[in-house]
Structure formats: structure tokens, C-alpha cells
Design a protein around this ligand. Sequence first.
Ligand code: HEC
Length: 146
Amino acid sequence: MQALVAFVLMIGISVGLTLASANAPAQAAHEHEDYDDMENEFEGDAEAIEYGRQRFARRCAYCHGGGGMGAKGPSLTKGKFKWSRKALTTDLVNIIMGGIPNTQMGAFGRTLDGDEVLKIIAYIRQETERVRVEAIRAAAEQAEAK
Ligand code: HEC
């Protein structure tokens, strides 16, 4: 009788473990998905970025400054965003399409389509990288001058 109880317990435990381990990868994959950003096919695409630059100059620079360096609206080229802790493209799309309530940041979802917004973001990413590299270069030159 005791042997039977032990046997049943053992089966129970191994089934439980199997179920737990079968669940684990699925959960991990799902968690990963939550943190995964959408892909922006226009990043690094010179033609798309040029289009984004022109759109930005017309629709955004008025508040965010030339090259997105900041004016009465915040700089968009620091690689850091108040409204997206991880600087995700998904968040930027939502911000630009939907606006930020109770601020001057309006919703552009009616006047820009998804591709146009992604091209503007590709432009912002390129400017961010340019500003970053320029800052490193300037720091290196300053260090050399000493
Ligand atoms: C009328 C002025 C105005 C225009 C035009 C405008 N913005 Fe903004 N935008 C703002 C202001 C002001 C904020 C900051 C809101 C806040 O956090 O209080 C902002 C915030 C943002 C943010 C979030 C910044 C962060 O740190 O999280 C993004 C991204 C952004 N704007 C992109 C754009 C893009 C792209 C365009 C053009 C399609 C655009 N904005 C046009 C005023 C403007």
C-alpha cells in the first residue's frame, strides 16, 4: 500500500514538472514579445529618411526645432523620451499619431499615414545617431587639444 502511494506521488510530481516546464518557454516567449519593439523598415533607407526630413521640417520643426534639436517642444535627438522609457518605435508611432493629451503635442494620425510617421521616425533616429557621433568626436578633439 505504501509503495502504491509513493508510486502515485511520483507520477503526480513528474507530470506536474512536465507541465511546468512545458509552460515555461511559452511564458518566456510571451514576455519577450512584450518588450520587443516593432521593426521600422525605413531606418537606414536614405530615400525614406529624406522624405521624413522634409515632412519633419514642415510639420514638426515649428515646435521641435530644426533637425529636431528642440525649441518650444522638446529635443527629439537625445535618444531619450519622457513618454517612452525604452525609446520604442511603437511608442513614438502612438505619440505622433495620437498626440499627448493636454499638451501642445497634437495628433497627426489624420494627416500623416503610418509609413510617413515611420519615415519621420527613421529621420529622427538618424539625427539622434548623428548628434551622438558628433558629441563623441567633439569630446575627443577637446581631449586632444589639452
Ligand atoms: C505645436 C507644437 C508641436 C508640433 C507641431 C509637434 N509637436 Fe511633438 N511635442 C510638442 C510638445 C510641447 C511636446 C511635449 C509634451 C509634454 O511632454 O509636455 C511634444 C512631444 C513630442 C514627443 C514625445 C517626446 C518625449 O520626450 O517623450 C514626440 C515623439 C513628438 N512630440 C514628435 C513630434 C513629431 C514627429 C511631430 C511632427 C509630425 C511633432 N511632434 C509636432 C509640440 C509639438
